[in-house]
Design a protein around this ligand. Structure first.
Ligand SMILES: Nc1ncnc2c1ncn2[C@@H]1O[C@H](COP(=O)(O)OP(=O)(O)OP(=O)(O)O)[C@@H](O)[C@H]1O
Length: 238
């Protein structure tokens, strides 16, 4: 049996006076890619923020690699990439990565490795503000890759990327998982489910299904995850 990398129990989060996560229970297995899929506003970013330890939670528990979300012990072991780019616009790509490498006490040779893996080696001397949105997102991802974390929390990492780059990134995620890393990857593009080992389907602050892509299709008698989601989301409607 695969060990759990993340355990969430009865998690309740309120934002702006509204309950955004409504008593979530979930377990994310280690060494696999788990997709977090659901419509805009369902709470994906809030859940990832809770796992990263940057979200005030009202009640419940969050355990990541045996520590609370955001525990100092996890600083190098958990890589979190936000939806918005989190690198410095007025630095070059390499300067950004050198800064994050220094924070994580990682050698400069690792910068070249991560630049290759996110396909930005030819942009290394460019100012980050002159990059496209997708390229900036990949600089943020590269910064998260530097310390080779055990768990990656990736909030919509493929948004705005062309199909070739999306495919390449998913290949990289698969390689990371094969090497033993745990990945939680959010997306509102349902067809990305098939890139994942397991899928958490989320709706209105609740997990409505947690299964393999094939398991979801079989359970709902559908052929694609979008239809599976619709079947599950409307099953309790009158
Ligand atoms: N800073 C905030 N203050 C108050 N409410 C917020 C805040 N940020 C998000 N929310 C609300 O929390 C709910 C969940 O938002 P969240 O960003 O987690 O959703 P999401 O599934 O990640 O959406 P998207 O796919 O559009 O990024 C939404 O109803 C949103 O309006």
């Amino acid at each position: 049996m695969t060990d759990a990398a993340v355990e969430v129990r009865e998690l309740v989060v309120q934002r702006g006076g509204r309950t955004v996560l409504d008593g979530l229970d979930l377990t994310i297995p280690a060494g696999r890619i788990t997709g977090l899929l659901g419509p805009s506003g369902c709470g994906k970013s809030t859940l990832i923020r809770s796992l990263a330890g940057v979200q005030v939670v009202r009640s419940g528990t969050v355990d990541v690699l045996g520590g609370a979300g955001g525990s100092p012990l996890n600083r190098r072991r958990v890589g979190y990439v936000t939806q918005a780019s989190s690198v410095y616009d007025d630095l070059t790509v390499t300067q950004n990565l050198a800064y994050f490498a220094a924070i994580h006490d990682v050698g400069a040779d690792r910068i070249d490795e991560v630049l290759e893996s996110v396909d930005l080696a030819d942009r290394r001397h460019q100012l980050t503000r002159d990059l496209s949105g997708g390229q900036r997102a990949r600089v943020s991802l590269a910064a998260a890759l530097l310390p080779s974390p055990d768990v990656y929390l990736l909030d919509e990492p493929t948004v705005g990327l062309d199909p070739v780059l999306r495919r390449d990134l998913w290949r990289m995620f698969a390689e990371l998982a094969q090497a033993g890393a745990t990945l939680l990857v959010s997306s509102h593009v349902m067809d990305e489910a098939d890139r994942c080992d397991e899928v958490l389907l989320m709706r209105q602050g609740r997990i409505i299904a947690h299964d393999t892509p094939d398991g979801l299709r079989a359970a709902t008698g559908t052929t694609d995850i979008e239809s599976a989601f619709l079947a599950l989301a409307t099953s309790d409607e009158p």
